[in-house]
Structures are given as C-alpha cells and as structure tokens.
Ligand binder design. Structure first.
Ligand SMILES: [Zn+2]
Ligand SMILES: [Zn+2]
Length: 275
C-alpha cells in the first residue's frame, strides 16, 4: 500500500504531541483557539478599517463602523457561553471520556479531503433544517435564534453571538459528523478548524479575494455575501455554506405559488363559464 503524503506530518504529531492529541480536551481547545485567532484578526481589521482605505474597500458595508460597544457586548456573551456551556462540557469530556486512540496510519490525502467535504455537506444540511425551523416557528425564533439577529450588519464576533441551545447544536454536529462518516481523527480535527473558519468568514463583513464563495466554482458556495443578506433579510438564505438547499427551497416556493395561481385562475374560469 502506498504511503500517504500526510504520513510524515502525522508521525511528527504522534511522536511529539501524543498526550495532547489523545486528551478529550484537545478538540475543544482546537476550535476555541482557532475562533480566538480569527476574531482577533478580523476585529483588528474592523478597528483599523475607518482609517485604512485599503481595508475599507473590502468591507461589505463600508458605511458601517464596528463600535467598541458592539465588540464588548458580543465578547461578553461569547465569554458567558464559554464559561457556562463550553468549559463544563470540556471538563465533562475530560473526566468521563477515555483518551482517544491514535492510529499509526495517516489518512490518504483523498480520504482526508473527501472527509472534510462530506462533513461540511452534512453539517450544512443539519444546520439548514435547524435554521429554517427556527425561523418558521415564532416561539423557537424568539426563544433561541433572535439573539443572533440582533446585528443586521454582522462582524466576526457575531459568529458565536448565539443562544446556548444554538451553540450546543452546532458543537454537537461538528463533533458527531466525523464519527458518523468514520473519519480519521486528523480529518475530524481539520473539519473542526475548517468549520470555525468558514462560519467566521460568513459573519466577518469582508468580501476578500480569498473568500470561499470566490474559490468554489459554479456558485455552489453562498458564504459571506449570502449570509450577510440573511442578516439584512432574515426570510432568505438559510443554508450556512452551500447554495443548493436554498435554491431547492426557492424552486419549491415558486412551484407552490404557480400551483396556487393556476388553481385560482382555473376556478375563476369555471365560475365565469357557468354564469
Ligand atoms: Zn449569522
Ligand atoms: Zn437566522
């Protein structure tokens, strides 16, 4: 069997960081530290943007300034959520989950990339259903999702400006999806980093040349522009990443409207012809 191109990197990680990688706390630390690095990067851009035109030109809403009060408000809820939900969940995992076994073989590059794509497609569908339901049922919206829509022009810290239930749902799917697809643990961790990256990009407020919707062909990826529209018009664009579920939903709405219109016209025609 040919050796995976990821094998040297995997061997290095196993030989030098085995106890860290095997710790049940590691996935939590990985996603929290990735998120902190990203919000630090984007928040610095937000603070520099008013005086640096080179940054402002990539902003989706160049007339909108991210204020210290918005930063403080979103940071306060993020800290609260981490202390109340993430930290206890991490300690629970640490106490009750046995150390993760590390396979000696690295995944092949194809399995690694397909695993990340597969997990992203499944996560996109799960969140799409959750999101649509929480917009359609007013009690669910006001109780769990309305807080995320407090900001009509999102910035990176809005990514985790969420209710505890939404944070739990997102964290649960991110953890479970690699297990469902029986991914290698390296693939699972890479998916976690990728998921935090694209979720933060959805809310960052910048349309950079390296944005995912510019890299993925055929308009398959909605990304930051579509999610920005969702915050402006909450009845549109429910999928977090891909575009296919929203396109199917709009086709379904169009079909329902056409059926209704033709039924009404037909009934009017029959009524007129019998008079
Ligand atoms: Zn959002
Ligand atoms: Zn929403």
């Amino acid at each position: 069997m040919s050796r995976s191109v990821l094998q040297p990197a995997w061997d290095y990680l196993r030989q030098n960081h085995e106890s860290t990688l095997r710790s049940p706390l590691f996935p939590v630390l990985l996603s929290v530290s990735t998120y902190l690095l990203l919000i630090l990067f984007y928040t610095m851009l937000d603070l520099l943007a008013p005086t640096w035109p080179i940054i402002r030109r990539y902003q989706i809403h160049p007339d909108h300034t991210v204020t210290w009060s918005s930063i403080g408000n979103t940071l306060a809820l993020t800290t609260y959520n981490h202390l109340l939900y993430i930290f206890p969940a991490a300690v629970g995992q640490w106490l009750w989950r046995p150390p993760v076994p590390l396979p000696s073989e690295a995944p092949s590059l194809a399995a690694f990339l397909l695993g990340i794509v597969g997990c992203t497609v499944i996560f996109d569908f799960q969140y799409y259903l959750w999101h649509l339901l929480h917009h359609r049922v007013s009690w669910l919206y006001s109780t769990f999702h309305a807080i995320h829509h407090q900001y009509r022009q999102p910035f990176s810290l809005v990514t985790e400006y969420l209710s505890g239930w939404e944070l739990f749902s997102v964290g649960f799917w991110t953890t479970v999806d690699p297990v469902l697809l029986q991914c290698h643990c390296l693939t699972g961790w890479a998916f976690m980093i990728f998921n935090v990256w694209v979720s933060t990009e959805d809310h960052c407020g910048y349309d950079f040349p390296w944005a995912m919707h510019r890299l993925v062909p055929f308009g398959l990826w909605g990304g930051v522009l579509r999610h920005d529209i969702h915050h402006l018009h909450p009845g549109t664009n429910f999928a977090p990443f891909f575009t296919h579920w929203d396109c199917l939903y709009y086709l379904f709405l169009l079909h329902s409207f056409c059926c209704y219109f033709f039924t009404q016209s037909h009934e009017r025609f029959l009524t007129n012809s019998t008079e």
